[in-house]
Design a protein around this ligand. Structure first.
Ligand SMILES: Cc1cc2nc3c(=O)[nH]c(=O)nc-3n(C[C@H](O)[C@H](O)[C@H](O)COP(=O)(O)OP(=O)(O)OC[C@H]3O[C@@H](n4cnc5c(N)ncnc54)[C@H](O)[C@@H]3O)c2cc1C
Length: 403
């Protein structure tokens, strides 16, 4: 008899899981997917490209309703799951209780709100879905001034996209450099210059004190007293795993929904994947870990031996035509030797960190063609001592001997 599998959440991890389940456990489950948003999962990671006009809306769509139907998947969008009854094994959606034999939570995360006066004013938004892009485009039409708060990946992409569609944009960051977790000081200066060339004003070491305005936001006041006029404020200061549904049903929750190496929660009938999860004390804010977890869970439910042991993260950013790639331990105080290549005229900066004979981190700016290769070396932990002298130049082919 086929079991009833209910998946709550229809985002990127959920969809990848459904695709991999079709491969590893075809016919084993009758699947129902519950998505809070009105339409099926879109490619959230492409929203920045959509905002900047490098992509159209159709390209951001993954699978239409017909794909779910063809796969025998019952898709219910437009209403969130509001409660789990673990004893009865049901999930409540819009007043209906949906029965499961196994439940998968893939409910993502929510943007962190700045707990400052005025944070609820209209015009203070997150950067999360298509509705936010509509608001940013409206701002462009009305000649608005925007302030983006947060100098991480998302903040940079929002600021770049806004400037690209003609909005007067200021990027405010609390730290002394942009993307401080992925860039060192020199790389951060290169990225800052690239942003400024695109017309984004960058204000560093600036703590937000309040959002000001009567009926909607009119300005951001900084802790040092400066006031930045703003008709639109995009807050991109990080995300927090969505865990309320799990917490309220009595599952173990720390920073996220706690799972083991098989992605099982504290209830063996419930698994969780994606940004809602905490695994070995780690929560993630990028899509790749969710994809790895989706693969492992699909294999596990298909009866295959599989374990998730964590994901080495890599970040790629494309601002103003400047490719940036960062992976592993690249911080200024990370242990190991540094190999550096800097060619400012060509817009190239490359830093490799070698620790105990292995590649521990890579930071590439300008030319990221070898990023995959470096990333694989970091992940595999393969010894690289013998090729230390060539490593900086990427994959060097061994010389061919004349015939
Ligand atoms: C603009 C933008 C750009 C990004 N760019 C990148 C990038 O370049 N690279 C990268 O790695 N990552 C990027 N990310 C992050 C990436 O989108 C996330 O890591 C990824 O979407 C996480 O997948 P997920 O399935 O866990 O969560 P989500 O994709 O957020 O999906 C979770 C879904 O669950 C739904 N949900 C929540 N609660 C319930 C409920 N109770 N009932 C039913 N449904 C519910 C939500 O509505 C949502 O649709 C970006 C994010 C944004 C917003």
């Amino acid at each position: 008899m086929t079991s009833r599998l209910v998946v709550v959440g229809n985002g990127m991890a959920s969809l990848r899981f459904l695709e991999r389940l079709a491969e590893h456990a075809s016919g084993r489950f009758r699947v129902t997917v519950i998505g809070a948003e009105p339409s099926p999962a879109d490619k959230r990671v492409l929203l920045s490209a959509l905002l900047a006009g490098d992509m159209d809306e159709a390209a951001c769509r993954f699978r239409d309703a017909a794909w779910y139907e063809a796969g025998g998947i019952r898709l219910r969008t437009g209403a969130p799951a509001t409660a789990i009854d673990r004893a009865a094994r049901t999930v409540r959606v819009a007043g209906e209780d949906i029965a499961y034999d196994h439940l998968v939570l893939a409910i993502g995360s929510s943007p962190i709100r700045l707990p400052k006066p005025g944070a609820d004013l209209p015009g203070v938004i997150a950067f999360r879905d298509l509705s936010h892009i509509d608001l940013m485009r409206e701002a462009a039409k009305s000649g608005a001034r925007a302030v983006v708060i947060g100098g991480g990946l998302l903040g940079l992409e929002a600021a770049y996209g806004l400037a690209r569609i003609g909005v007067d944009t200021t990027l405010v960051h609390v730290m002394d450099r942009l993307m401080e977790r992925q860039l060192d000081g020199r790389a951060a200066r290169i990225v800052r210059s690239a942003m400024e060339r695109k017309g984004v004003r960058v204000v560093l070491e600036a703590d937000t004190a309040a959002f000001e305005g009567r009926d909607r936001v009119e300005a951001v006041r900084l802790a040092d007293g400066r006031v930045l006029p703003a008709d639109l404020v995009v807050v991109a200061v990080g995300v927090r795993p969505q865990a309320d549904l799990a917490r309220e049903s009595g599952l173990s929750v720390g920073r996220g929904i706690q799972v083991d190496d098989q992605l099982s929660t504290s209830d063996p009938a419930i698994s969780a994947i994606g940004e809602c999860v905490e695994h070995r004390g780690q929560v993630y804010g990028l899509v790749e870990p969710g994809y790895d977890q989706a693969e492992v869970l699909a294999q596990h439910l298909g009866g295959l031996p599989a374990a998730y042991e964590g994901t080495v993260l890599a970040t790629s950013l494309k601002v103003s035509g400047l490719p940036v790639f960062s992976a592993g331990a690249i911080a200024d105080d990370a242990p190991g030797d540094r190999l550096l290549l800097s060619d400012p005229a060509a817009g190239i900066y490359r830093k490799l960190v070698l620790h105990e004979g292995r590649l521990a981190g890579a930071l590439l700016i300008g030319d990221t063609a070898e990023s995959r290769w470096y990333f694989d070396l970091i992940r595999s932990g393969e010894p690289v001592g013998a090729r230390r002298n060539d490593l900086m130049f990427g994959r060097v082919e061994p010389p061919r001997l004349a015939a």
